[in-house]
Design a protein around this ligand. Structure first.
Ligand SMILES: Cc1ncc(COP(=O)(O)O)c(C=O)c1O
Length: 429
C-alpha cells in the first residue's frame, strides 16, 4: 500500500481499496486523521524515548489516566506494552504473580477457548486455541486448558439456545473442579472471537463465567485487543456485555495503527497486591523496552480522544445495524446461514443449504473466493472458507457502507455462479 485516507487505501499502482476490516481490526479512527498525526508530530519534537528504568513520561501518565476513566468498574491501574501479544502475556503473568502474593501459590493454570486467538508469542499461543496456528510450535508450557467455544449456530454440544442453559459456560465449573480450583489462575476469553468466525456468545455467557471465577478465586481476563476502543458499540466489549473482568487486554485500535501499542488495565484488588517498597520485591517485574513509548502514547491519547469526542462507539452501533440490514437483504440467495457480531464487528457464515447448515465443499473454499473476488474489486475483508467479516473504520459513512455491501454482494453472486456450476458438474458425473 502507498497511502490511506478515511476508509480508503491506495496501492503503489494507484488502485483504491475500501478498508472493510480496518487493516486488521486496527484503524478504528480511520486513516490519515489529522488530530492524531499532529499530536505525534508535536510529540516527536518534544520527546521520542525516555529511560524506562529511571523514569516514565507525561504522555504515558496522561494515557493511563484517560484509559482508567473509560474502563468499567475499578480497572484503573494500567500498564503499557508494544502490542496485543505482549498484553495477553502480561495479563497471564500478572495473574500468576498476583496469586503468589496473595497466598495462592499453586494457582497457575489458564483456561481459554478453542478457536480463540491471544497472540503469536509462546505464552499467548499456548492459551490460543486455533489448531492450525499452534500445533507446529508445540509443546508449550504446562497448564493451558481449553474449553469448547460458544458457537451457538453450530453448538459443539448439539444443543439449542436458550434450552441449553448455556452449557458452554456452566461446563467451565466442572472443568475447574476436575483440574482442582486451587491450581487455576485465570480464564482468558475474547468477548467476540475473530478467528473462530466472529463467535458471539449469548447474553448470559459472561455473567456465568464471572460467577464461576468469583466462586473459585480465578481472575477473569478479557482479551479486548480487537473488541476494545468502540468496536462493539461501547468503549469496551465488557460494557457491551455488561460484565466487568479483572483484567482487560488492549492493542490494535488503541492507537488505530498510528504507532504500535498495547496495554492492560486491572482492578484495585490486583493492583493492591503489588504495592510496597522496593525491598519487598513485590513489584510486577515485567516490562518491554517500548512499553509506554511517548510517541505511541501521544498517538493513543489523540486516537482515543477522537473515538470518545466523536462518539464513534455509537456510530459503530448504527453502522453495524446498516451492515446487518444489507446482509439480511441477501436472504434470497439462500447461502447466508448466520449473521452475528456486535457494533461494527459483523460476521456472516456461508452455507450451501440453510435447512441442514451443510457447508460448501471444502475444495471450493467458498468464503475465500468471495473475499478474493472482493479484493479484486477493491474491497478488503477478512475471509475464511466458511465465513466473512466486516469491521471497517468506525468513521465509515452510510454511502461507503453501501459501496462496501454492493461490492460484497456482487462478489458473492459471482462466486455463487461458480459454486452452482460445480454442483451441476458433480450431478452430471
Ligand atoms: C484477540 C487478539 N489478541 C491478541 C492478538 C495479538 O496481538 P498482536 O498481533 O498485536 O501481537 C491478536 C492479534 O490478532 C488478537 O486478535
Amino acid at each position: 500500500m502507498k497511502s490511506a485516507k478515511g476508509v480508503w487505501y491506495e496501492d503503489v499502482s494507484g488502485k483504491r481499496y475500501l478498508d472493510g476490516i480496518s487493516g486488521i481490526f486496527v484503524a478504528n479512527a480511520g486513516h490519515g486523521n489529522s488530530r492524531i498525526i499532529q499530536a505525534m508530530k508535536e510529540q516527536l519534537d518534544q520527546l521520542a524515548f525516555n529511560p524506562p528504568l529511571q523514569s516514565t513520561n507525561l504522555r504515558a501518565l496522561q494515557l493511563a489516566e484517560l484509559i482508567a476513566s473509560l474502563t468499567p468498574g475499578d480497572l484503573r491501574t494500567v500498564k503499557f506494552f508494544s502490542g496485543g501479544s505482549e498484553a495477553t502475556e502480561g495479563a497471564m503473568k500478572l495473574a500468576r504473580q498476583y496469586h503468589k502474593q496473595t497466598g495462592n501459590h499453586r494457582k497457575y493454570k489458564v483456561i481459554s477457548l478453542y478457536d480463540g486467538y491471544h497472540g503469536a508469542t509462546m505464552g499467548a499461543l499456548g492459551a490460543s486455541g486455533v489448531t492450525k496456528r499452534k500445533t507446529v510450535f508445540e509443546p508449550f508450557g504446562p497448564g493451558y486448558i481449553h474449553v469448547l467455544p460458544p458457537t451457538c449456530y453450530r453448538c459443539p454440544y448439539g444443543l439449542d439456545y436458550p434450552d441449553c442453559d448455556v452449557l458452554c459456560a456452566t461446563i467451565v465449573e466442572q472443568i475447574v473442579r476436575k483440574e482442582d480450583p486451587s491450581t487455576v489462575s485465570a480464564l482468558i476469553v475474547e468477548p467476540i472471537s475473530n478467528t473462530g468466525g466472529i463467535v458471539t456468545p449469548p447474553d448470559s455467557y459472561f455473567r456465568i463465567l464471572r460467577e464461576i471465577c468469583d466462586k473459585f478465586g480465578i481472575l477473569l481476563i478479557f482479551d479486548e485487543v480487537i473488541t476494545g476502543f468502540g468496536r462493539t458499540g461501547e468503549m469496551f466489549a465488557a460494557q457491551t456485555f455488561g460484565t466487568t473482568p479483572d483484567i482487560i487486554c488492549m492493542g490494535k485500535g488503541m492507537s488505530s495503527g498510528y504507532a504500535p501499542i498495547g496495554g492492560i488495565a486491572f482492578s484495585d484488588e490486583i493492583a493492591g497486591a503489588f504495592l510496597g517498597s522496593e525491598e519487598e520485591q513485590i513489584q510486577f517485574n515485567h516490562g518491554h523496552t517500548f512499553g509506554g513509548n511517548p510517541l505511541s502514547c501521544a498517538a493513543a491519547i489523540a486516537n482515543i480522544g477522537e473515538i470518545r469526542d466523536r462518539d464513534l462507539p455509537h456510530k459503530a452501533r448504527e453502522s453495524g445495524a446498516r451492515v446487518i440490514k444489507r446482509l439480511e437483504e441477501l436472504d434470497d440467495l439462500g447461502v447466508i446461514g448466520d449473521i452475528r457480531g456486535k457494533g461494527l464487528m459483523i460476521g456472516s457464515e456461508f452455507v450451501r443449504d440453510r435447512k441442514t447448515k451443510e457447508q460448501f465443499e471444502e475444495r471450493l473454499r467458498f468464503g475465500v473466493r468471495v473475499g478474493k473476488t472482493a479484493l479484486e474489486k477493491g474491497l478488503i475483508l477478512r475471509y475464511d472458507p466458511n465465513w466473512i467479516a466486516f469491521a471497517p473504520p468506525l468513521i465509515i459513512e452510510n454511502d461507503e457502507i453501501d459501496t462496501m455491501m454492493n461490492t460484497f454482494s456482487e462478489s458473492l453472486q459471482q462466486v455463487l455462479v461458480i459454486a452452482n456450476s460445480w454442483k451441476t458438474r458433480a450431478s452430471n458425473n
